[in-house]
Design a protein around this ligand. Sequence first.
Ligand SMILES: [Zn+2]
Length: 94
Amino acid sequence: MEKRDMGQVTPIHGEPTRFFVASRTRQEPWLVDLEEFGWNGQCGCEGFDMRMRKKLEQATERGQMIELLRCHHLQMAFAYAARHGLLPVDYKRG
Ligand SMILES: [Zn+2]
Protein backbone atom coordinates (compact mmCIF):
# COMPACT_ATOMS: atom_id res chain seq x y z
CA MET A 1 0.00 0.00 0.00
CA GLU A 2 1.43 3.35 -1.01
CA LYS A 3 1.51 5.90 1.73
CA ARG A 4 0.44 8.88 -0.33
CA ASP A 5 -3.07 7.64 -1.03
CA MET A 6 -3.86 5.75 2.13
CA GLY A 7 -7.24 6.86 3.34
CA GLN A 8 -7.65 9.19 0.39
CA VAL A 9 -9.88 6.95 -1.73
CA THR A 10 -13.20 5.64 -0.43
CA PRO A 11 -15.23 3.08 -2.38
CA ILE A 12 -18.98 3.57 -2.67
CA HIS A 13 -21.02 0.53 -1.71
CA GLY A 14 -22.94 -0.93 -4.63
CA GLU A 15 -21.24 1.38 -7.16
CA PRO A 16 -18.00 -0.35 -8.11
CA THR A 17 -16.81 2.31 -10.55
CA ARG A 18 -17.44 5.30 -8.26
CA PHE A 19 -15.24 6.59 -5.44
CA PHE A 20 -14.85 9.51 -3.15
CA VAL A 21 -11.37 10.98 -3.29
CA ALA A 22 -10.15 13.36 -0.60
CA SER A 23 -9.50 16.92 -1.72
CA ARG A 24 -6.40 18.85 -0.69
CA THR A 25 -8.23 22.16 -0.91
CA ARG A 26 -11.66 21.59 0.60
CA GLN A 27 -13.25 19.46 3.25
CA GLU A 28 -15.68 17.41 1.17
CA PRO A 29 -14.20 14.78 -1.13
CA TRP A 30 -14.63 14.75 -4.88
CA LEU A 31 -16.84 12.14 -6.53
CA VAL A 32 -15.11 10.31 -9.36
CA ASP A 33 -16.51 7.75 -11.79
CA LEU A 34 -13.87 5.60 -13.47
CA GLU A 35 -16.14 4.22 -16.17
CA GLU A 36 -16.99 7.57 -17.80
CA PHE A 37 -15.47 8.54 -21.16
CA GLY A 38 -14.45 5.01 -22.07
CA TRP A 39 -12.62 4.41 -18.80
CA ASN A 40 -10.79 7.70 -18.81
CA GLY A 41 -12.90 8.59 -15.82
CA GLN A 42 -14.71 11.70 -14.68
CA CYS A 43 -14.14 13.86 -11.61
CA GLY A 44 -16.11 16.65 -9.99
CA CYS A 45 -13.11 18.89 -9.30
CA GLU A 46 -12.48 22.29 -10.94
CA GLY A 47 -9.36 21.11 -12.74
CA PHE A 48 -11.23 18.34 -14.49
CA ASP A 49 -14.19 20.59 -15.27
CA MET A 50 -12.06 23.39 -16.69
CA ARG A 51 -9.31 21.52 -18.51
CA MET A 52 -10.47 18.02 -19.34
CA ARG A 53 -14.24 17.56 -19.61
CA LYS A 54 -14.66 19.59 -22.81
CA LYS A 55 -11.86 17.79 -24.65
CA LEU A 56 -13.24 14.42 -23.63
CA GLU A 57 -16.76 15.34 -24.71
CA GLN A 58 -15.50 16.57 -28.09
CA ALA A 59 -13.42 13.46 -28.68
CA THR A 60 -16.37 11.27 -27.72
CA GLU A 61 -18.71 13.14 -30.10
CA ARG A 62 -16.29 12.73 -32.97
CA GLY A 63 -15.59 9.12 -32.17
CA GLN A 64 -11.90 9.90 -31.72
CA MET A 65 -9.42 8.07 -29.62
CA ILE A 66 -9.35 9.69 -26.24
CA GLU A 67 -5.98 10.64 -24.81
CA LEU A 68 -5.89 10.08 -21.09
CA LEU A 69 -6.95 13.21 -19.27
CA ARG A 70 -6.87 12.43 -15.58
CA CYS A 71 -6.61 14.76 -12.66
CA HIS A 72 -4.82 13.80 -9.46
CA HIS A 73 -8.05 12.39 -8.00
CA LEU A 74 -8.68 10.11 -10.97
CA GLN A 75 -5.10 8.86 -10.84
CA MET A 76 -5.51 8.02 -7.16
CA ALA A 77 -8.84 6.27 -7.73
CA PHE A 78 -7.46 4.24 -10.64
CA ALA A 79 -4.43 3.22 -8.59
CA TYR A 80 -6.73 2.16 -5.77
CA ALA A 81 -9.04 0.21 -8.09
CA ALA A 82 -6.09 -1.53 -9.75
CA ARG A 83 -4.64 -2.60 -6.41
CA HIS A 84 -7.98 -3.97 -5.27
CA GLY A 85 -8.78 -5.78 -8.51
CA LEU A 86 -11.78 -3.58 -9.26
CA LEU A 87 -11.01 -2.81 -12.89
CA PRO A 88 -12.66 -4.93 -15.60
CA VAL A 89 -10.66 -7.76 -17.12
CA ASP A 90 -10.52 -6.09 -20.52
CA TYR A 91 -9.34 -2.83 -19.07
CA LYS A 92 -6.19 -1.92 -21.01
CA ARG A 93 -4.94 1.39 -19.75
CA GLY A 94 -2.53 1.25 -17.04
ZN1 LIG B 1 -10.28 15.70 -9.86
